[in-house]
Design a binder for this molecule. Structure first.
Ligand code: 13P
Ligand code: SF4
Length: 363
């Protein structure tokens, strides 16, 4: 007996698979050229090279969010990234703009680790102890739209890996503690950079009653870190760094802040995807890099900078970013007039925008 699983169902691209990739690329190019500035294509750094090559803008999640909000002439924004990025672009878009995702199955497992209802339970724990009024909710960009909306409604803010330190400062100007979700590691690294003593950072584990914390922990906490993680980045270890340093003497090691604090402590630099791209671009010829982040970005950097050595610290691929390909992109753009754009409820749109606008206003 075959069991139909709605969870696994993925729309099969209708683009014939015997079409040469170069032919599909040409077709996409000519469709987009015919649209002119009315359709804009955005691609995150983790996208495959052939997708990034087609993009009008490439960037990290913050830059793409800004690029989406600045597309005043565009009627359609095609976003090659994962769902939380597409939703954020849709929240920031004008009412007469539509945002499209080539594959709606491209989500982010880390975003899924903090469902809005679980975070509401955590907030209720804080309210029951009279601590919610002095707590600022901070959500990483990698979160669902309804969680951003919850955050906005409760005086909170969004951050990305490129502005998280400044966002923490913003939050501490307004409250005594932060509840940060969904990534324990990004939250931990930023709390460390902000100089929050280790014994005032607590992990909130949503699987346990009261997050696994005591009354005293709640009261003392300056940062509550949601127990979520990105499997692409927790893959890297301090041993990988030790190995890289012995293999490539003089190597400059960079790690995305979704890596564990041990890895970030051992690295020479930690920053957003764009910040790491800039480091490579600005380095002199002959520089050697080993990078702890998604492999597609690293391979592209190596390809674009043949005068430098750019290595992966260890291969780690984001399968969700990889779900966007030439086939589903071509399927979308060739019939975009009949495609379904991302639609969010008016309430989610409004409340999530509060949290995103607060982030955009942080200097
Ligand atoms: P950036 O904000 O650095 O682009 O990272 C997004 C992401 O999904 C990292 O896993
Ligand atoms: Fe999510 Fe990690 Fe993929 Fe980024 S790399 S989209 S955090 S699973």
């Amino acid at each position: 007996m075959q069991i139909a699983s709605p969870v696994l169902a993925e729309k099969r691209p209708t683009t014939p698979h015997d079409l040469e990739e170069s032919e599909i690329v040409e077709r996409i190019r000519s469709i987009l050229a015919a649209h002119g500035s009315t359709t804009v294509l955005l691609a995150h750094h983790y996208q495959r090279r052939e997708i990034v090559d087609l993009a009008d803008f490439r960037g990290d999640s913050f830059e793409l969010c800004m690029a989406a909000s600045r597309q005043r002439e565009a009627e359609r924004i095609v976003f090659c990234g994962v769902r939380f990025m597409v939703e954020s672009a849709s929240i920031l878009a004008r009412e007469d703009q539509s945002v499209f995702h080539p594959n709606e199955r491209a989500g982010c497992p880390m975003a899924d680790m903090a469902s809005c209802s679980l975070v509401e339970d955590a907030w209720a724990d804080l309210e029951a102890r009279g601590l919610a009024s002095t707590t600022i909710p901070v959500t990483y960009m990698n979160s669902d739209a309804d969680l951003k909306a919850f955050t906005g409604r409760n005086g909170g803010i969004v951050c990305t890996s490129s502005n998280a330190t400044r966002v923490f400062d913003w939050a501490f100007e307004r409250g005594e503690r932060i509840i940060f979700y969904p990534d324990e590691h990004l939250g931990r690294n930023v709390a460390n950079w902000a100089g929050i003593p280790r014994d005032l950072q607590f992990i909130y584990d949503p699987r346990l009653p009261l997050g696994g914390l005591s009354e005293e922990d709640f009261r003392r906490s300056r940062v509550l870190l949601w127990k979520g993680y990105c499997h692409v980045h927790t893959h890297f270890t301090a041993d990988h760094i030790e190995h890289a340093r012995s293999k490539w003497p003089g190597v400059y090691v960079m790690a995305h802040p979704e890596c564990t604090e041990e890895v970030v402590a051992e690295a020479d630099f930690s920053g957003s995807t764009s910040q790491m791209c800039r480091k490579v671009a600005e380095a002199p010829a002959g520089a050697i890099f080993a990078i702890a982040t998604e492999v597609n970005m690293i391979h592209r950097l190596a390809y674009e900078h043949p005068d430098k050595q750019v290595h992966t610290l260890s291969r780690s691929l984001c399968p969700n970013m990889y779900r966007i390909n030439l086939y589903n992109l071509y399927d979308l753009v060739r019939d975009i007039e009949n495609a379904e754009p991302v639609v969010l409820s008016a309430q989610v749109q409004h409340d999530a925008r509060l949290a995103l606008d607060r982030m955009l206003a942080v200097p």
